[in-house]
Design a binder for this molecule. Structure first.
Ligand SMILES: [Zn+2]
Length: 170
């Protein structure tokens, strides 16, 4: 599989790119509701942590504290809250037993990555996938999302491209 190493080159190919980007960014909030079939507040219907993190974000379950930490409501019991630190740790069981970021950490610290992955998953064409990736990569950069979370977007992008078929094969 060929990995695209220069996504920035893609967005720079657009004339009037900034206007285009602004128009899309302005629509980002309402657009969150568009992939309805992929978004349900019932967590049991969404198996992976990206989907769960998106639900937490969508449900405004993240509550930032003055000390820089974030209290994230439990999906099963909204009165219960987990503490996510700015450094990326969480006191839930999932985070304790696994080394990867749990849904609370993703919701609190990787929101743009979570939504970018959801958008990539809805793309049905290669060029659309590339556009989405470039756009959301820029948003992640602007919002100062840490590389370890952006790496999740990279992984999703590459696997989604592979699923659609590699235009650079042969
Ligand atoms: Zn957690």
């Amino acid at each position: 599989m060929t990995t695209l190493t220069e996504p920035q080159a893609t967005i720079q190919d657009y004339a009037g790119y900034e206007d285009w980007l602004d128009s899309i960014r302005a629509r980002t909030e309402p657009e969150r509701a568009i992939p309805e079939r992929r978004l349900s507040l019932d967590g049991s219907k969404n198996a992976d942590r990206i989907e769960k993190a998106a639900i937490l974000d969508y449900a405004n379950a993240c509550h930032w504290q003055p000390d820089g930490s974030c209290e994230v409501e439990s999906m099963s019991d909204r009165r219960k809250r987990y503490i996510v630190t700015a450094g990326g740790s969480c006191n839930c069981k999932d985070a304790f037993y696994r080394t990867r970021a749990c849904k609370h950490v993703l919701a609190a610290l990787g929101g743009p990555v979570v939504w970018a992955i959801k958008w990539i998953r809805t793309c049905e064409a290669i060029h659309e996938t590339m556009d989405r990736y470039a756009l959301h990569l820029t948003i992640c950069e602007q919002q100062g999302i840490k590389p370890e979370y952006v790496a999740l977007l990279d992984a999703e992008y590459n696997s989604h491209l592979a699923k659609l078929g590699d235009p650079f094969a042969n």
